[in-house]
Design a protein around this ligand. Structure first.
Ligand SMILES: *[C@@H]1O[C@H](CO)[C@@H](O)[C@H](O)[C@H]1NC(C)=O
Ligand SMILES: *[C@@H]1O[C@H](CO)[C@@H](O)[C@H](O)[C@H]1NC(C)=O
Ligand SMILES: *[C@@H]1O[C@H](CO)[C@@H](O)[C@H](O)[C@H]1NC(C)=O
Ligand SMILES: *[C@@H]1O[C@H](CO)[C@@H](O)[C@H](O)[C@H]1NC(C)=O
Length: 323
């Protein structure tokens, strides 16, 4: 009797993401729902995402025609692709584009009932690698199967806004010194004439101009790839090799995110967390940071992030001083 009672209790309180109820029943998975929409109210949304996909494809076509670089992906290139087997989705995370909240949502989706509220997950927990499974952890046939049948998506943001956001987050805050030590000291050493011993040691007062000097110095990327916080989306997610079904944008974060949750069949239980962060980096703020950058460096910087601008349809910022 006791057993029976606890069984009933479990049934009444079951979490919508527990394995017995988690998944879209029967017919369509998220990918099929995207390409064969059953709800007429999403017809326009489907067209919008078709246009975004076409833009990526077209940019890749033009770029591969003019570039001699050819490469094949290896499992090591798939470290940013988070896999949700229960809802058959793959999310490529891009730092500084709502990635903490998307990782939280992925933890709810893959948690088999362990979590129900994304905001109940502490941010640092969302970044513990073992909490989410990434595509590089599978065998080659398993990778290919998932790339073919899962809905693959990513979120992008205006490239320079993302860059300023990374700079502000990693170099202008006092609380986390790991970036000051790892990158700040190197940037001060290379970019600042007459640096004080104190600045060389702490690396805690990197100016935006110095950060840009570091990024545009060709020897930086010869030594090692950019850190993921300022690496291009092109290099993190490989959109010319991996055919993303859905390109979400930071500018329409909630709308695009909730559409994905709807495609996954979970929109009755789960909404993308909304938050109004007053410290968020804006276009005006970005323009201000760029005021102190020479036109030559602006052009070099634009060259570095050009593919992200073109592929994701961001126009050249009007504040740039480009001749
Ligand atoms: C690209 O952006 C322009 C201007 O913002 C817009 O009119 C156009 O529809 C966009 N194209 C795609 C494919 O998103
Ligand atoms: C500081 O940043 C590093 C790298 O992102 C991270 O591993 C670490 O947990 C952070 N520490 C604090 C106190 O936030
Ligand atoms: C470096 O410091 C010396 C002595 O204080 C000064 O004469 C020189 O102008 C400084 N150089 C720069 C680039 O600030
Ligand atoms: C631009 O440079 C001036 C003079 O060095 C400085 O006072 C100002 O804070 C800088 N602005 C930004 C946004 O870095």
């Amino acid at each position: 009797m006791l057993l029976f009672l606890s069984y009933c209790f479990a049934l009444m309180h079951r979490n919508p993401f527990a394995s017995d109820v988690c998944c879209r029943k029967g017919s369509k998975n998220a990918l099929q729902e995207l390409y064969n929409p059953t709800q007429p109210e999403y017809a326009n949304t489907a067209v919008l995402h078709q246009l975004r996909r076409d833009q990526v494809l077209e940019t890749c076509r033009v770029y591969s025609a003019t570039s001699r670089k050819r490469r094949v992906l290896t499992p090591g290139d798939l470290k940013h692709l988070v896999v949700d087997e229960d809802h058959e989705m793959i999310y490529c995370y891009v730092p500084k584009v709502a990635c903490t909240n998307w990782k939280r949502v992925m933890m709810v989706l893959t948690g088999r009932g362990k979590y129900s509220d994304p905001m109940g997950i502490p941010p640092n927990e969302a970044h513990i690698p073992s909490n989410l499974k990434t595509l590089n952890q599978y065998s080659i046939p398993e990778i290919n199967h998932r790339l073919k049948s899962y809905l693959k998506f990513l979120f992008v943001r205006e490239p320079f806004e993302r860059l300023v956001s990374a700079y502000r987050n990693k170099f202008t805050r006092k609380y986390n010194t790991s970036f000051h030590k790892r990158f700040g000291t190197k940037i001060v050493r290379r970019q600042r004439k007459n640096a004080t011993q104190e600045a060389l040691h702490s690396g805690s007062d990197v100016k935006f101009e110095e950060f840009v000097g570091y990024l545009t110095d060709p020897s930086t990327q010869r030594e090692e790839p950019f850190n993921e916080h300022w690496q291009t989306v092109y290099s993190l997610c490989h959109p010319c090799h991996i055919h993303y079904d859905l390109v979400g944008k930071y500018e329409t974060l909630e709308e695009d995110s909730n559409y994905i949750l709807w495609l996954a069949g979970v929109s009755d239980y789960l909404r993308f967390p909304t938050y109004a962060k007053s410290t968020r980096t804006t276009d005006e703020m970005t323009a201000e940071f760029f005021q102190n950058i020479s036109s030559q460096q602006q052009m070099q910087l634009f060259e570095l992030y050009k593919l992200d601008f073109l592929m994701f349809n961001y126009s050249t910022p009007s504040y740039l001083k480009m001749e």
